[in-house]
Design a protein around this ligand. Structure first.
Ligand SMILES: Cc1cc2nc3c(=O)[nH]c(=O)nc-3n(C[C@H](O)[C@H](O)[C@H](O)COP(=O)(O)OP(=O)(O)OC[C@H]3O[C@@H](n4cnc5c(N)ncnc54)[C@H](O)[C@@H]3O)c2cc1C
Length: 341
């Protein structure tokens, strides 16, 4: 039985796993992620006081253009049929809407999309498995993680942000060609911070919108009442607020302490929404690799790094930095993998 490892339990890795399972029911499929939960940049954080009080700290909603409504229709239809995606009906002020676009939210949090695909894949998902090194050993890949023994796989698929691929050690670093390295080095990302504020049940945040793009603040770009955005307001679960910073703020404060950055964002928030109630918990998330700003022109969807044994990489770094970009990449990964399983 072939052993396949997918590194990264984000949207690309989880969908790639689900698609791979559909074409081969027999292979051993494992997904490793360094984080404590699946979702990647489609993460949903919970309040430490109430796991039902949640906030999407990365991707906020899925914008489906007429082109992808057709091209990826089976994915949209399936997620809508399962109630994982629902149309966005709450007002988002300042949102750029193009004709024919539809927006969707995930009522159970955006990470529920990723969890849906992981479940469908039947893969063994290992969290807190940070891949550090990849070596060639007897015609297989020996994959090292931060703790514990290395494991061997016949095929490896990397779906981690490209700068993190370039940090991998071992034979991997010498096996990729200079041309591939240059292409990988050409992928760049924006950086920003996200803040999640969690409130007690019954707290009122009295604003007429569910989300708002801010254009006049150097620090804050977007604010949303996350439970209102997802249309799941309830008297038993407290509201949650999500703040995204601007990219210039993210870049300037990239190496500063999370505590200091959190304080700065809260000070600016007071200017935008004065007199907000006191949250019961706050989570500050640094997105060092937030959205892709430039990628390699010549490898749409994926890049094959080694043929025997097979090693490839994909993710939004090779397409567009959004939900449809991840679907495109997962489909390209599958197409290339099919010949090797
Ligand atoms: C703030 C923000 C807002 C966004 N808004 C939207 C939006 O509204 N709509 C939209 O469609 N898209 C949005 N995006 C983009 C979208 O989230 C991404 O395109 C998508 O989530 C990328 O998925 P991925 O699986 O390719 O990568 P990721 O989600 O980054 O998954 C990669 C995974 O690899 C893991 N990993 C990294 N290194 C290692 C390692 N060494 N070992 C093991 N695991 C590792 C990470 O923990 C992560 O879980 C947003 C992103 C951000 C950050």
């Amino acid at each position: 039985m072939k052993r396949v490892l997918i590194v990264g339990a984000g949207m690309t890795g989880s969908l790639c796993a689900a698609l791979l399972r559909k074409v081969s029911g027999t292979l051993y499929l494992a997904v490793w992620d360094k984080a404590g939960d699946s979702g990647g940049r489609m993460t949903t954080a919970s309040s430490p006081h109430n796991p039902l009080c949640t906030a999407d700290l990365g991707a906020q909603y899925v914008t489906c253009t007429p082109h992808y409504a057709k091209k990826h229709q089976i994915f949209y239809d399936e997620l809508l049929a399962h109630g994982i995606l629902k149309p966005l009906t709450s007002p988002i002020e300042g949102m750029m809407m193009k004709e024919g676009d539809c927006n969707f939210v995930a009522p159970q949090g955006i990470s529920s999309v990723v969890k849906h695909y992981l479940k469908q894949s039947g893969a063994e998902v290992y969290l807190r498995h940070c891949v550090t090194q990849i070596n060639l050993r007897n015609g297989k890949w020996e994959v090292f993680k931060e703790t514990g023994s290395p494991e061997q796989f016949d095929l490896v698929v990397l779906t981690i942000p490209v700068p993190q691929i370039l940090q991998l050690q071992g034979d991997f670093a010498n096996l990729i060609s200079e041309c591939q390295r240059q292409q990988l080095e050409s992928v760049s990302y924006s950086s920003r911070y996200a803040l999640g504020l969690f409130y007690e049940a019954g707290t009122k945040i009295d604003v007429p919108w569910a989300g708002q793009y801010i254009t006049s603040n150097p620090c804050i770009r977007f604010v949303s009442i996350d439970n209102k955005k997802r249309n799941i307001e309830s008297s038993e679960i407290g509201p949650s607020l999500v703040i995204h910073t601007t990219v210039p703020f993210g870049v300037t404060h990239l190496e500063h302490s999370i505590k200091d950055v959190q304080e700065l964002i809260l000070q600016q928030l007071e200017n935008i929404l004065p007199g907000l109630p006191q949250p019961v918990a706050i989570k500050c998330q640094k997105w060092r690799h937030s959205q892709v700003t430039s990628g390699p022109a010549k490898c749409p969807g994926q890049m094959t790094l080694h043929l025997k044994p097979f090693l490839m990489c994909g993710g939004d770094g090779f397409t567009q930095s959004n939900f449809d970009g991840c679907i495109t990449s997962a489909l390209c990964l599958l197409e290339a993998l099919k010949n090797h399983i």
